[in-house]
Design a binder for this molecule. Structure first.
Ligand code: GLN
Length: 540
């Protein structure tokens, strides 16, 4: 069969959840046995989001092949269980960079280089890149931004051309917003009509409209929208607010979106998507009554998208353990010795978050010391693991000046130090140790038990590492280096065997947790937190 291309655009406002709609559609097609991947085209000039502050654009996700990616790629993997790669995330910056490189090489043979056709051709080439591998039946392309933005125009022009070239092998899904005006007690369709007009003005006719709404949209209203927007009535569907993003695929299926997509792209509509494992997960999340309370200590807590993959991985593990997750965000800049009892006292487990730079670091040390002394299940990820090492060095090994050279380049006790391969790097973009690396786990360690095997692979994003000169001292004092890179012997996991669960990973296990394949180490942390909760309840 020919590869089919689905384009997902958004109108009216941003943050409507194009990523979740794309992921839900992919989830349903995959459950019908089709080979699907999703890619995100972002209109900003940055080459990738790696250098963006999380306040700008939320978490930076990392693919196995080491691309610093938009956080929507995290949703794509969590919903489809299909790994993404650097080919799944393209920005205006990357498009221009390759066009300018070609111009410098003389590839354009003296022609004037222009947005149309050169930039649009490069966009089209990249849209079709994964399709041309022959590995996929459906390529879903999410266009970032909102229709009407200046910066989206070249992408929409490329979509227009592709739709013309691909005919029935392509389709456009447009996500818009239907606001509820409380004073009038009415839902309003006008913004949707305007955003579809804006799309039609650039030559794109949507095939399916997904209406994001807080209230049920009546059949009459759908009829009206269908009429004004030249869209078939059964292809106007609603995406009403639900209590979990993982219910969106079911909601889309209930409105036959997967069937409509198959039909409109010339595919036979047979049988039903195999959603049993997904339904079991959703059933668990609906039935859970008991709560598990996890604290997340970090400095970006005002913006919860900054820790998206961690909160989702926690949600997966809590749900599979039949618990409701209560996630308490703890601002590391506001945590100190005098409020630690009050802020940390009711938690069943604590995560110390990844991060960069000095800000908020003292609060992470306070949390770690408190958790270590009170034997609370504690999970340090990346910078969180590095802080575990520093706090232990200061308090247990008596190395008062212990630090990371990231925080103090002149520290005498550089227990965390810049990696050798990082020493001559000056560009910040895409130069960290990125992507999946193998890690061998010590036989008999808690972490090896968690994974159920001794050779694993997880994704990384860091420049600094545990300084192996200190390894023996840590081991002797009760912090074991239980995971290391088999080739370089870089320390990847530390663990305190004497504690209930006190583990730090240099890698980011949260990136690989999906609904159908949840992270084993998060599951182990969650089990420890639940046990601790039970122990406390039994004592009380
Ligand atoms: N800043 C630390 C480093 O670069 C940790 C990075 C992280 O937490 N992702 O090594």
């Amino acid at each position: 069969m020919d590869t089919k291309y689905i384009f997902v655009t958004g109108g009216v406002v941003s943050s409507l959840g194009k990523g979740i709609i794309s992921s839900s559609l992919a989830c349903l097609l995959k459950a019908r046995g089709l080979r699907v991947t999703i890619q995100k085209f972002d209109p900003y000039i940055n080459i990738d989001p790696g250098t963006l502050n999380p306040y700008e654009h939320g978490e930076c996700y990392v693919t196995e092949d080491g691309h610093e990616a938009d956080l929507d790629l995290g949703h794509y993997e969590r919903f489809t269980n299909v790994r993404t790669s650097r080919a799944n995330n393209v920005t205006t910056g990357r498009i221009y960079q390759s066009v300018i490189d070609k111009e410098r090489r003389g590839d354009y043979l003296g022609k004037t280089v222009q947005i149309v056709p050169h930039i649009t051709d490069e966009i089209k080439r990249r849209v079709k890149f994964l399709g041309n591998t022959g590995n996929y039946d459906y390529i879903i392309t999410e266009i970032g931004g909102t229709v009407g933005d200046i910066e989206s125009l070249p992408f929409l022009e490329a979509v227009r051309q592709l739709r013309w070239e691909l005919g029935q092998n392509s389709l456009c899904v447009h996500l818009t917003y239907v606001p509820y005006i409380a004073a009038a007690k009415e839902l309003k369709t006008k913004p949707t009509q305007h955003s579809v007009k804006a799309l039609q003005e650039v030559g794109i006719q949507p095939d399916i409209l997904v209406l994001r709404t807080e209230k049920e949209i009546s059949a009459d209203m759908r009829r009206k929208i269908a009429l004004f927007c030249n869209v078939a009535q059964d292809s106007v569907v609603q995406s009403i607010d639900v209590n979990s993003i993982y219910k969106v695929p079911l909601m889309m299926h209930a409105q036959h979106v997967d069937e409509i997509v198959l039909r409109k792209t010339g595919m036979p509509v047979e049988g039903e998507p195999q959603m049993k494992p997904w339904l079991d997960f959703v059933d668990k999340l609906d039935k859970a009554t008991e709560t598990v309370t996890i604290g997340l200590v970090g400095k970006y807590v005002e913006l919860q998208d900054a820790y998206k993959s961690i909160s989702e991985a926690l949600f997966h593990s809590a749900t599979y353990a039949d618990r409701k997750l209560k996630l308490v965000y703890i601002h590391s800049e506001k945590l100190n010795e005098s409020n630690a009892d009050e802020r940390l006292g009711d938690l069943d487990g604590v995560i110390v978050a990844p991060g960069f730079g000095q800000r908020g670091i003292e609060g992470k040390f306070v949390a770690l010391k408190w958790c270590r002394e009170h034997d609370v299940p504690t999970f340090g990820i990346c910078l969180g693991m590095q802080c575990m090492v520093i706090e232990f060095a200061r308090d247990v090994l008596g190395l008062e000046e212990a630090n990371s050279t990231e925080m103090n380049p002149h520290t005498k006790e550089n227990v965390i130090d810049l990696m050798e391969e990082q020493k001559n790097i000056s560009n910040l973009g895409g130069t960290m140790r990125l992507g999946a690396y193998e890690c061998s786990l010590r036989h008999g360690s808690k972490v090896a038990a968690a994974y159920g095997k001794e050779l694993i692979s997880e994704r990384h994003r860091h420049r600094f590492e545990f300084n192996s000169d200190y390894r023996d001292r840590f081991e002797a004092a009760g912090m074991a280096c239980v995971g290391e890179n088999p080739a370089t012997r870089l320390v990847e996991v530390v663990e305190m065997p004497s504690k209930r669960w006190y583990i730090g990973t240099q890698y980011h296990p949260e990136y690989s947790s999906t609904v159908l394949s949840p992270s084993p180490i998060f599951a182990s942390f969650m089990a420890a937190a639940i046990n601790y909760h039970k122990e406390k309840a039994a004592e009380a």
